[in-house]
Design a protein around this ligand. Structure first.
Ligand code: PRX
Length: 654
């Protein structure tokens, strides 16, 4: 499997590149060693990379509960007082007020905008005043359901400015999913747009908000940004167009003083059981970690144009479109569209149009563009590119090679960054100029990160090994709790291996100490870099009146990484049919959203269960992978005959 080290860095890069990198290998090792030996000293020092209204006197105060399962409590820079929006905007005004903060590229290639730091300040202040006039204050929760337009970033920063807690919900989620998320955090305010625009198609955001509110209630205000001008229902007294409300307020709004451990945002993410959980990130440690990783991993220097293609509805958008880059005074590009509209050259054309130097995207996008061949890439220049990044799922070496050779023309190192919604920022990654790259490996830990590989019993493995990935020590960007449910936080992350943070990922470490993430070891699947709990898809399926039981597993998919494979048992008297299959697909899309669309549905008269009634997912995974010859021990099955039927009617045939 393992590829040879054939692109050693920094030897393989132009001299000017090696010269400009923040760290070389020796410096990385020195800084890393210090960060582990003396985390307090290391982070005390680096905490000053952001501005504080009151300086902290201590950096780290964190416990993972220890081997006996004590209290889990994570606090960083706890007596410091600051404000995230102040750090992302105000502190840059003297030195870079006229520098572009955000380049916005619309879905339609003829539309783009440049927003300077001074303009960003005015926009965010205005937005904050609109929110404040409608009751938003320190500690309020605000749900943001927006397309990729600058107002999404303004809304996030406006919340941060007021000390309010935002919960951004990806615009691809259904009204039902949105309703659950509004309910869970008790938002009285929702910020949305009339419609989104992606790949030339309209997304009915405001109508979805209306449908969600009809289910949850409790929402007093909906602020609607006009994007397409499409006609939407406006409920008097509750709904207001942003542009009308903004006329009533000034563009000055002081930044609240907030404690380092005051919440900054909630972001819902899927786990192996139950409903999505509200991952809570706080202020000081998060911003220190997001900005520091952004600077070092992307080797960001003044004047660079940086583009992360994620959506602000995911953590990558939070940390690496908005907070990390803006805290660093960067120019960050925000893209409304999709990689294949109007053509499959779009990414590369945007790079040329805005002279992008640093480009950060997901393996699923790389694989699908690779499928379109080299010509759509090669017809563009890409001369501005200096660094490429990958995130969200393991990148297969073939896609890595294509990205390296065709997109980057062997000039640009690739940073394959492993991290999670929970980690707040990048955890395992190459540092350009310091790390020799191996295609498919996220390589080595960032400063302060202590990865360990453990076996099923929790024994820490040494040297080259394979097992489950845990993190042994706290880092500043770590999530602090599950919103409203600290016990769930403890149970989910600190109970499998007491005293350690369990990532849910499997991992191999090679003889050079490089980490190779092998994918989730729990019932979470990763579809096109979108994280999904199989249990969520199952509960959507069984909510259909004709479905009696459902089991969902992932299977290898060429473009998406993993596809969604659903086994469905129908209610007595219901007959499988093509039209029912379509109905079930539509039902899941309605319940969760298009990202949860099942790729394959197999109607199964029965599911393989143990005598105690537990579904044997191992068998379902094997069949979905078309690897049914190695099913392993099936002797504990209540009815071994169901397996023959499952194999006979399997949907994924090589
Ligand atoms: O399985 C890992 C995979 O994505 C999961 C986290 O998903 P999410 O919280 O949605 O955050 C995605 C963006 C940070 C991880 O548990 N993952 C993420 N990056 C990588 C990865 N797997 C392999 N290599 C990566 N670079």
């Amino acid at each position: 499997m393992e590829h040879v080290v054939h692109h050693p860095l920094p030897h393989d890069v132009p001299a000017e590149w090696a010269a400009r990198a923040y760290v070389n290998e020796a410096k990385y090792l020195e800084m890393y060693e210090r960060s582990i030996r003396d985390p307090e000293g290391f982070w005390y020092e680096h905490g000053s990379r952001i501005d504080w209204f009151t300086t902290y006197t201590r950096a780290k105060n964190a416990s993972f509960g220890g081997p006996d399962g004590g209290e889990v409590s994570i606090r960083w820079f706890e007596d410091g007082v600051t404000n995230v929006a102040y750090n992302c905007i105000d502190r840059h005004l003297d030195t870079r007020g006229d520098q572009v903060a955000i380049i916005w590229e619309g879905d339609d290639p003829s539309e783009s905008k440049h927003i300077t730091y001074r303009q960003l300040h005015a926009e965010v202040c205005r937005f904050a005043n609109v929110l404040r006039n409608r009751g938003v204050e320190k500690g309020s929760t605000v749900t943001i359901y927006m397309p990729m337009i600058p107002e999404a970033a303004y809304a996030m920063l406006a919340c941060a400015r007021l000390g309010a807690i935002h919960s951004v919900v990806f615009g691809g989620f259904s009204p039902d999913s949105l309703a659950d998320r509004i309910r869970d955090c008790g938002s009285k305010m929702v910020i949305t747009a009339d419609e989104g625009l992606r790949g030339g198609r309209k997304v009915p955001l405001k109508a979805n908000v209306d449908a969600a509110i009809a289910k949850v209630g409790g929402v007093d205000h909906v602020v609607v940004v006009r994007r397409t001008g499409g006609s939407v229902d406006m409920e008097a007294g509750r709904d207001v167009y942003y542009h009308e409300a903004a006329e009533q307020v000034t563009d000055e709004c002081p930044a609240e003083h907030v404690d380092a451990e005051d919440p900054l945002f909630i972001l819902y993410t899927s786990g192996s059981t139950g409903k999505p959980k509200g991952v809570l990130h706080t202020t000081g440690g998060y911003l220190v970690f997001a900005s520091m990783t952004h600077q070092y991993v992307f080797d960001y220097h003044d004047g660079d144009i940086y583009w992360c293609t994620a959506d602000v509805g995911w953590v990558t958008g939070h940390s690496y479109i908005v907070y990390g880059p803006l805290a660093n005074g960067a120019t960050t590009l925000m893209f409304e569209g999709v990689p294949n509209y109007p053509t499959v050259s779009r990414f590369w054309e945007v790079i040329d149009k805005h002279k992008v130097n640093i480009f950060y995207t997901a393996p699923t996008a790389i694989r699908s563009l690779m499928g379109a061949g080299d010509a759509p890439v090669k017809k563009t220049s890409r001369a501005s590119l200096r660094l490429l990044g990958s995130v969200g799922e393991p990148i297969n070496p073939e896609a890595w090679e294509w990205y390296y050779e065709v997109v980057g023309e062997k000039r640009c190192p690739i940073v394959d960054t492993w991290w999670q919604t929970e980690t707040g920022g990048i955890m395992i990654t190459p540092l350009p100029g310091a790390t020799r790259l191996k295609p498919g490996s996220a390589t080595r830990p960032f400063f302060g990160v202590v990865p360990q590989v453990v076996d099923a019993e929790g024994k820490v493995l040494e040297g080259a090994c394979e097992g489950n990935l845990v993190i042994a020590e706290s880092w500043p960007g770590q999530m602090r709790t599950v919103f409203g449910d600290h016990q769930r936080f403890v149970d989910t992350y600190f109970s499998a291996y007491k005293g350690k943070y369990f990532t849910g990922d499997g991992c191999r470490r090679d003889a050079d100490g490089y980490y190779w993430i092998t994918g989730r070891v729990d019932d979470v699947i990763n579809v096109s870099g979108h994280r999904m709990g199989t249990a969520e898809v199952e509960s959507a399926l069984v909510s259909h009146p004709k479905v009696s039981e459902a089991a969902v597993v992932g299977y290898p998919h060429d473009i998406k990484g993993q596809g969604i494979y659903a086994y469905v048992t129908l209610m007595q008297g219901e007959e499988p049919s093509e039209s029912l299959r379509k109905e079930l697909v539509a039902h899941v899309r309605k319940e969760i959203g298009p990202i949860a669309t099942p790729d394959l549905i197999q109607f199964a008269p029965g599911l393989p269960k143990t005598r105690s009634g537990k579904i044997m997912r191992r068998i379902l995974r094997k069949i979905a992978e078309d690897e049914f010859s190695a099913l392993g021990d099936t002797s504990t099955l209540a009815d071994p005959a169901v397996v023959d039927d499952l194999i006979e009617n399997r949907q994924n045939r090589a």
